[in-house]
Design a protein. Structure first.
Length: 566
C-alpha cells in the first residue's frame, strides 16, 4: 500500500466534509478512547462511513468498493468460501473477492489492521491485497455470499439417504401419509423457504422446479430471463412438490391433473403473495411459483416508463367519464401492473370501482375486486352482468377472451361506464381487428372505444457495468435518430453477468380519433389504421424502444429484439 502524505483528517477537510474544529474535537476524543479517528468522526455524525472509507482509500491509494456499483462481489467460480471460512469473515469483517495465482484480493473495513491481514495470509497461504468497503456493505455482501449459499447447500444436502449409484424411481409407491410426513420434515421445509427467500432477494418473478429423467432443474426468472440455481437431489421431488401443494391448499393425492393455488410468506417484514401452479409431466410434477412482491412494484403511472407524450395521452383517456380502454401485449408484459396503476390514479371516494380478474394479483385499497371462478359459473361475462346491477362508475375486466365478454364490455361502455380490459395482440391497431374477428360489429367498436395501448417490458442496462457504444449509420438514417453517445451491455456479478438490471415499459398509445373511428366502421386493415395513427402522432413500440437507447436506458440489441418492426 502506498500511503498519501496527507492524513485522513486533512483529506476530509480538503474535500469539505469536515471543519478544522470538528477534526480537533475528534482528536481530543481520540486521546481519551484510543479509537481510530475515522470511527470517532462517524460516531459523532461529522461524516458518513462512506466518506471515511473513500478518504482512507485515497490516503492509502487502494480501491474503494461497494455493493451499489457491483465491485463488492466475490468470484463465484473460485469457491472462495473454502479459502476464507465464514466465521472468520464475519468476525473480522472481511470478504474474499478474487484469487490470481498466489494473490488474493480481499475487501476489509480497516486496511490498517495488520493483525487481521497477517491472519488472512496465514489461513489462505496467499499474498493479501486489501480493498476497502463500508461495514454496512460488507455485512450485506457477507450475508449474501456465505449465508444464502451455505444455508441453501445445507438444506439441499440434508436429504434422505440414497445408496451410491442408485437412481430413485419416479413413480415410487408411497402412501399419502408418508408423503405428507416427508413434506413436513425440516430439510424440505428449509429448502422451500430458502428458495423463496433467495428468489425474493434477487427480485425474481418466478421459480421453476422442473423434473427430468436423472435430475431436477431449479431456475428463477429475473428481468424476464431464467437463471439456474442449486438443484436438490432428484429423490426429493415428491416431498418438495407435496410441500408446495400443502402450502397452496392443493390436493396432494392428485398427480394426474394440473392444480393452482397460492399462499403468503413474510420476508423482511413485508407480506409477499405466491401463486403456485403444478402440472404433470412424464418425469414427475413440475411446479412454478409466481412471486407477487408489491414492495418492488410501483402503482404510480409516472414510474412505469411511459414516454412523456404517451403518459399525457393515457391520462386523458383514463379520466374520460365513459368508454372502453384496452391494454394489449403478450403474457408477462406488465398489462396488469398498468391497469392497477390506472385504477389507482383515478380511484376516488366518489366513484364505485369494481374489477373481475383471473387471478386477483394485488389488492388495491378502495376498489372492489372479484375473483373469476368458472367451476361455479362465475365467468367474466356473468360477472360483468352482475356488476351492471351494482351501480358501477368504473369496471375492469381481466381479459376479453370471447365474443360474449367483448359485447358486454362495449355495451357497458356505451351506456355510461368507463371500462378497462386487456387483449393479447402484438400492437395497438391489431386490437381493433381482433375484436372484429371474434364477432363484434365494427360500428360498436368505433362507438365505444376511447383508446388502445400496447406495451412491452424492456430490460434496463446495468449501471455498474454498461459500456459506451455507437449507433449505426443505418439506424440513424432509417429512424432519424440524433447522433449521441449510447451504451451496450457487458455483464458483472451484480447483474448475474447479463448486463441488465431491472425493466421498464415501452408503450404505443393509439387514441380513437374521428378518422380512426371512420376506418374501423369501414372494416379497414390493421396496417391502414396503424398508418393513420402514426400520422396523428402515435409513437410505435420500436420508436419508443429506440428513444430509450438514445437516452442511455437500454441497448440497441434489447430494443430491436423486444420491439420488432411490423
Amino acid at each position: 500500500m502506498r500511503k498519501s502524505r496527507l492524513k485522513l483528517g486533512e483529506i476530509l477537510i480538503k474535500q469539505g466534509l469536515i471543519t478544522q474544529s470538528q477534526l480537533e474535537e475528534a482528536l481530543r476524543l481520540q486521546k481519551r478512547s484510543g479509537h481510530p479517528i475515522g470511527d470517532i468522526l462517524i460516531e459523532n455524525n461529522f461524516v458518513s462511513e462512506k466518506d471515511v472509507c473513500d478518504a482512507l482509500a485515497r490516503q492509502l491509494d487502494i480501491p474503494f468498493v461497494s455493493i451499489r456499483d457491483g465491485s463488492l462481489a466475490p468470484s463465484e467460480e473460485q469457491r472462495l468460501e473454502k479459502l476464507v471460512p465464514e466465521n472468520f469473515a464475519r468476525q473480522y469483517m472481511v470478504l474474499p473477492l478474487l484469487k490470481r495465482a498466489n494473490s488474493l484480493n480481499v475487501a476489509v473495513y480497516n486496511p490498517l489492521d495488520l493483525l487481521v491481514l497477517d491472519n488472512l495470509r496465514r489461513i489462505t497461504g496467499c499474498e493479501v491485497n486489501p480493498v476497502i468497503a463500508t461495514r454496512v456493505d460488507l455485512r450485506e455482501a457477507i450475508d449474501k455470499f456465505y449465508g444464502m449459499k451455505e444455508m441453501l447447500k445445507e438444506a439441499v444436502e440434508e436429504t434422505y439417504e440414497v445408496s451410491e449409484g442408485a437412481i430413485p424411481e419416479i413413480e415410487e409407491k408411497v402412501s399419502l401419509e408418508d408423503l405428507a410426513a416427508r413434506a413436513q420434515e425440516a430439510p424440505v421445509i428449509k429448502l422451500v423457504n430458502l428458495l423463496l427467500i433467495q428468489a425474493v432477494k434477487e427480485r425474481a418473478s418466478d421459480i421453476h422446479i422442473e423434473p427430468f429423467r436423472e435430475k431436477i432443474n431449479v431456475r428463477i426468472r429475473i428481468d424476464g430471463v431464467l437463471h439456474k440455481t442449486a438443484p436438490p437431489s432428484q429423490h426429493l421431488l415428491p416431498a418438495l412438490i407435496s410441500r408446495i401443494k400443502i402450502l397452496s391448499k392443493m390436493d396432494i393425492a392428485e398427480k394426474r391433473l394440473p392444480q393452482d393455488g397460492g399462499f403468503t410468506i413474510r420476508v423482511e417484514d413485508r407480506a409477499i403473495d405466491i401463486r403456485s401452479s403444478v402440472i404433470p409431466t412424464i418425469f414427475g410434477e413440475k411446479a412454478v411459483l409466481r412471486i407477487l412482491d408489491r414492495g418492488v412494484i410501483s402503482f404510480e403511472l409516472e414510474k412505469l416508463g411511459f414516454q412523456e407524450e404517451d403518459l399525457k395521452k393515457f391520462k386523458q383517456g383514463i379520466t374520460r367519464p365513459y368508454g372502453l380502454i384496452f391494454i394489449t401485449g403478450p403474457t408477462g408484459c406488465g398489462k396488469s401492473t398498468t391497469l392497477y396503476s390506472a385504477l389507482n390514479f383515478i380511484k376516488s371516494p366518489y366513484k364505485n370501482i369494481i374489477t373481475i380478474e383471473d387471478p386477483v394479483e394485488y389488492h388495491i385499497e378502495g376498489i372492489n375486486q372479484v375473483q373469476v371462478k368458472p367451476q361455479i359459473g362465475l365467468t367474466f361475462a356473468n360477472g360483468l352482468r352482475s356488476f351492471l346491477r351494482q351501480d358501477p362508475d368504473i369496471m375492469m375486466v381481466g381479459e376479453v377472451r370471447d365474443l360474449e365478454t367483448a359485447q358486454i364490455c362495449i355495451r357497458a361502455a356505451l351506456t355510461g361506464h368507463l371500462l378497462f380490459s386487456t387483449l393479447h395482440t402484438s400492437d395497438a391497431p391489431s386490437a381493433i381487428t381482433r375484436l372484429i374477428d371474434i364477432g363484434v360489429e365494427p360500428y360498436l367498436v368505433a362507438s365505444g372505444l376511447i383508446m388502445v395501448m400496447a406495451q412491452r417490458l424492456i430490460r434496463k442496462l446495468c449501471l455498474a457495468c454498461k459500456q459506451p457504444d455507437e449507433l449505426s449509420a443505418g439506424l440513424i438514417k432509417k429512424y432519424n435518430l440524433p447522433k449521441r453517445q449510447i451504451f451496450k451491455a457487458k455483464g458483472c456479478q451484480k447483474c448475474h453477468n447479463t448486463g441488465y438490471a431491472g425493466r421498464t415499459a415501452i408503450t404505443e398509445v393509439m387514441m380513437a380519433s374521428p378518422k380512426i373511428r371512420e376506418l374501423i366502421i369501414r372494416n379497414a386493415t390493421a396496417d391502414l389504421i396503424r398508418k393513420q395513427a402514426e400520422g396523428e402522432g402515435m409513437v410505435t413500440l420500436l420508436r419508443g424502444g429506440l428513444e430509450k437507447v438514445v437516452n442511455g436506458i437500454t441497448s440497441v440489441q434489447e430494443a430491436l429484439s423486444t420491439a420488432f418492426e411490423l
